[in-house]
Each structure stands twice: as structure tokens, then as C-alpha cells.
Design a protein around this ligand. Sequence first.
Ligand SMILES: Nc1ncnc2c1ncn2[C@@H]1O[C@H](COP(=O)(O)OP(=O)(O)O)[C@@H](O)[C@H]1O
Ligand SMILES: [Mg+2]
Length: 280
Amino acid sequence: MPCIKIENLTHTYFPGTPLETAALQDISLTVDQGETLALAGATGSGKSTLVRHLNGLLAPTAGRVRILDGDVADKKFRRQLWRRVGLVFQFPERQIFSATVHEDIAFGPRNTGLAGQALSERVSQAAAAVGLPEDMLRTDPAELSGGMLRRAAIAGVLAMHPDILILDEPGAGLEPRARESILQRIKELQVSQGTTVILITHQLDDAALYADRLALLKKGRLLAVGPTAEILSRCDLLDEAGLEPPFTVELTRRLAAAGINLPKTPLNPAEAARLLAVML
Ligand SMILES: Nc1ncnc2c1ncn2[C@@H]1O[C@H](COP(=O)(O)OP(=O)(O)O)[C@@H](O)[C@H]1O
Ligand SMILES: [Mg+2]
């Protein structure tokens, strides 16, 4: 069942001024309840603009966006969307400003009226979900490592118990192991809670590992959307979107050039190894 329906969405920043920018043009896309959709495209392709329509920050210039049970054209609905659609911005730790990690994670849920024991439990639960140790909750965010700080920022959004979770480049600037661990936690959450996840990334390796479907944006237009394996096996599309293929796709391409044709495109190194072992 779709929980997001985007129909012919167009967004123009500063229309009718010298700064006019056509950021999105005629995008139609649905997102199903409980799926993980990866959204990929080069810098400036419109990824962030698109998701800002999903949590009430932007209204369409033209077209229609329906989320859960409402239409974002309805101002009242749009204003309360932040409670239900969690958006983790790119480099979210820049927005951390509280004296303790606990306070920072508690900020959102406290604004919805949660207090006392219930609030503390909510914070602990969100911290656990992203793998943030309980004792770090009492520390000053300034003392955390980059990876832990990123986890704290994500926990702050999770603590709102959003129906839909949107992450804008959640692994950007982190070392591979921290990135992997965070994405793995998000995947677990999606599986156990049935949360709908939209993952913005320009690293298609992440999409290969974690997304059910993949949408490619190019210069504000939707280039393609479909099951991750299907889109990733289309090298022409990845080239057109200006994106590097995932490691396993590149490997498959090079093996084929050497006369070794794998029966299908593997999406992770373990699967690649299995397919190769059978062939060799
Ligand atoms: N707040 C803004 N005001 C004006 N133009 C913007 C704003 N945010 C993005 N843009 C422009 O809209 C286009 C899409 O940008 P963006 O959605 O940030 O792409 P992405 O997230 O894929 O890098 C770009 O041309 C960008 O310069
Ligand atoms: Mg962006």
C-alpha cells in the first residue's frame, strides 16, 4: 500500500526572479508502506528538494503530494507533518546544541508533550536503536566522535516514532565501518518496526545493500525507478545519472569483458563470491 504518492511534482525556487531555479520537474513516484527506497543522483539533481516536500518544509509549485492520510497542499496538514515524517538532514550533527546527548534526543518528543519517565524511556530506546551506549547519554555532545554524534542526531528523529524516516546521506563523511553500522541499524528498524525508509545516497553500494527499490534523479527529473537489482544492472542509466556503479556491478561488468558471465548481478560481495565459486 502506498504511503506517499507524488504526482507530477514540480518545484521552482524563487519563481519570477533572477534567482529562479527549476529544481524538480514533473516527478511522479509512489512509496509503499514499509519499504526502503533509495534516492540517488548527482549533486544538484533535486534529492533534498524532493524530500523537503515530504515533511512539510516545502509545498509544490505544481503537482500533488499525498502522504499518509493527507495532502501537503493543506497548510494545516503540512504544519503537523514533522511529527510523523522524520527527516535527518545531511550532516545533522551541526544542529546539535544541547548540553547533553540525552537532552538533544529528548528535544523533539518533549515538544510533543512527552515528559518524565516516558520521555526518558523514549530517549533510551532511540539511543539503543542506533547503537549509542547508554552512558554516552549523559555526556556533552562535543565529546562524541563523528560516528557517535551522527547516531545521536538520528536517534533524535527516531525518538519521535515517525511513520516515515528520511535520511539525507546518513553516511556522508563517516569512515566505512561507522557508515555500515548505522545503515545496518536502520535496516533492522525497518524490518522490526515496519518503518518506511527513504535513503538519499550517492553511493550506490549503500543502495545495493539496503534498498528494495532505487530511484534515480537527473537535473530535477526522475530518470528511472524500480527494484534495486534491476536498476543497478542498467549501466547505461547509472552513467546517465552520473553515478559510479556499486563494486559488485563493476566486477560483473569486468568479468563479462573477460568472458565470464555471472548468471545475475550480485548485490553484495558475499553473493558475488558465491556466484563466482559456482562458475569456477
Ligand atoms: N534553498 C534553495 N534556494 C534556491 N535554490 C536551491 C535551494 N536548494 C537547492 N536549490 C537548487 O535546486 C537544485 C536542486 O538542489 P538540491 O535539491 O539541493 O539537490 P541535491 O540534494 O540532489 O544535491 C540545485 O540547482 C540547487 O542549486
Ligand atoms: Mg542534497
